[in-house]
Design a protein around this ligand. Sequence first.
Ligand SMILES: Cc1cc2nc3c(=O)[nH]c(=O)nc-3n(C[C@H](O)[C@H](O)[C@H](O)COP(=O)(O)O)c2cc1C
Ligand SMILES: Nc1ncnc2c1ncn2[C@@H]1O[C@H](COP(=O)(O)OP(=O)(O)O)[C@@H](O)[C@H]1O
Length: 308
Amino acid sequence: MLVKISENNTPKIITIGTFDGVHMGHKKIIKRLVESAENSSLESAVLTFFPHPRMVLQKEVGIELINTIEERKQILQHTGIDHLYVYPFTYDFSRLSAQEYIEQILVKKLNAKKVIIGYDHRFGRNRNADIEDLKKYGEEYGFEVEEISKQDVDEVAVSSTKIRKALKEGEIEKANKYLSSHFLLTGKIVKGKGLGKDLGFPTANLKIIEKYKLIPKNGVYVVKAHIDSEEVFGMMNIGYNPTVGGSEKTIETYFFNLDKNLYGKEIQIEMLKRIREEKKFGGVKNLIEAMKEDQEFSEKYIHQLKTK
Ligand SMILES: Cc1cc2nc3c(=O)[nH]c(=O)nc-3n(C[C@H](O)[C@H](O)[C@H](O)COP(=O)(O)O)c2cc1C
Ligand SMILES: Nc1ncnc2c1ncn2[C@@H]1O[C@H](COP(=O)(O)OP(=O)(O)O)[C@@H](O)[C@H]1O
């Protein structure tokens, strides 16, 4: 699934990484890449890999990523870069020596003339090579290496790991701050238990096919989406619906001021704010009361957002 190894062999300035989340720190590097390209005759390119090395090498089943590969591509494509390459990370690829990787991918395929990279980047079989090796290869193959210092990296104090932890703990605002954008869920609206309408709160059930996508902690959240190009807000519940004896984990949203058949639609939902835990109420009457309170809370929050 090599997304795009360009046919044009233009000289490029590139940066390389997994970029899960495309967070503040990633964006800072990419900004430097784009600016550097603008000040030279080079085109900017990001090289990223999929599946995640841990999915391939450790055959990790429980791996959870902030973004699906489609989301990662979507976000990266809006950063102003000229080219995005999603290289298939296969077992064979992981066996390439540092020199083979540099020669075959960076030099021959990408025509790299400059690489911007963090001080701790490692690459090649068993991650044997480091930035000093990269500089040495740069001299041999004719590309420059710009190192992002430890100080520059530490200054941002953000990592994909920290963001994953915040999401697992339901700290959506903290995660959004680190991401410097809203955490996204992307999927298709499918049929649920058919109870929502009777409760007075029809809920669109989101099905996410990527098993590796990290789902934030169960609970109720304020969310936003674009449906048929219109911005709509809503309240989402992630969990098992214990009050009505649900057995499957669902991600369902009641959208405010909307009355539309959403079945089959592909949508992307931005998570904004956590409201509360999911609870087992004594009955549906109490559940409906709680949902009304959730709506009031959400409307106040949205009002504040709009008047900020
Ligand atoms: C904002 C919101 C909050 C919710 N909170 C809870 C909750 O705390 N406990 C619970 O059992 N179900 C909760 N639900 C889920 C309802 O039980 C669910 O919407 C209902 O069962 C309809 O399911 P259906 O769409 O599969 O028909 C909540 C749903 C929404 C939209
Ligand atoms: N404001 C709204 N928010 C969410 N879904 C809505 C809304 N208005 C209409 N719908 C439709 O109603 C469906 C949800 O109804 P519901 O009774 O909860 O059934 P289900 O259990 O199949 O989700 C949604 O999938 C969507 O097609």
